[in-house]
Design a binder for this molecule. Structure first.
Ligand SMILES: [Zn+2]
Length: 258
């Protein structure tokens, strides 16, 4: 059996069953097996991209373009065959008219159409794959990506035995950083808890805000260099209207940049 027809590749790749003869050929022909595997991969990628969902505005506009492209294909193909038959008389004037491309014109027009259909299918499949890839990338770019850039284990101060905590710094694709603090402390105390970033030598500190409950996420001011403000601190603050650190730290830990 000769190599598989391009049209068959496309159909098999999208799920049509292979015939016994094709199966036999695929088992022995690396070229066809590789070609099919590549197409099946493209289809699988396309399908998984679709199932990721969120195909919003692009498809309509893009589908129009695909349809335009597909519609233009047969026209181009007939132009080519018209050109071929138009060119035929020229060789006919040449010394050996018997072997002119005339037979090609009469030979199985059905077959030619099928081949053209196969090419169109492949073009369509390739266009769809390209569109899905673009839409997929577009969704990736659009979705804010966040990545953890540092973390800390927060250890208890002597006045707050048994307290523990953790902190994670997350950076979004737009550069914004957030600090998420979790505090496990059985002693609730009076007043409220406040989250701070402090330099290693404690010469400077910045308040990120009140920790309401056991867990909170705070935006790290853009001008704060976390390599300097490397200590995460949670303090117990009395309701005395004094915005400075009370000096009563519950837990504290140093950020570890992964
Ligand atoms: Zn083959």
């Amino acid at each position: 059996m000769p190599h598989l027809d391009p049209e068959r590749f496309a159909l098999v790749a999208v799920g049509e069953a292979v015939t016994d003869a094709e199966q036999e050929h695929l088992a022995t022909c690396d070229a066809c097996a590789i070609e099919l595997a590549g197409l099946e991969h493209t289809v699988a990628v396309g399908r998984s991209t679709v199932s990721l969902g969120e195909l919003e505005t692009p498809p309509e506009r893009v589908w129009d373009r695909i349809l335009d492209e597909v519609r233009s294909q047969p026209a181009a193909a007939s132009d080519a065959s018209t050109a071929a038959s138009a060119a035929a008389p020229a060789p006919a004037a040449a010394p050996a008219p018997a072997v002119a491309p005339v037979p090609v014109e009469n030979e199985q027009p059905e077959r030619r159409r099928t081949r053209r259909g196969g090419r169109m299918l492949l073009t369509l499949a390739a266009s769809i794959a390209a569109v899905l890839a673009i839409v997929g990338v577009w969704n990736l770019v659009r979705a804010p990506q966040s990545v953890e850039i540092a973390s800390a284990t927060l250890a208890a101060f002597p006045d707050h035995p048994g307290a523990t905590g953790t902190a994670q710094v997350t950076e979004l694709s737009d550069g914004e950083r957030t600090l998420t603090v979790s505090l496990d402390d059985s002693d609730d105390g009076d007043g409220f808890r406040e989250v701070w970033l402090i330099t290693e030598d404690a010469s400077a500190l910045v308040s990120l805000g009140e920790l309401d409950g056991r867990k909170g996420t705070f935006v790290v001011p853009a001008d704060v260099d976390l390599r300097d403000y490397i200590l995460v601190d949670v303090s117990q603050e009395p309701l005395d209207g004094d915005p400075t650190h009370s000096g009563d730290s519950i837990v504290r830990g140093q950020l570890d940049f992964s």
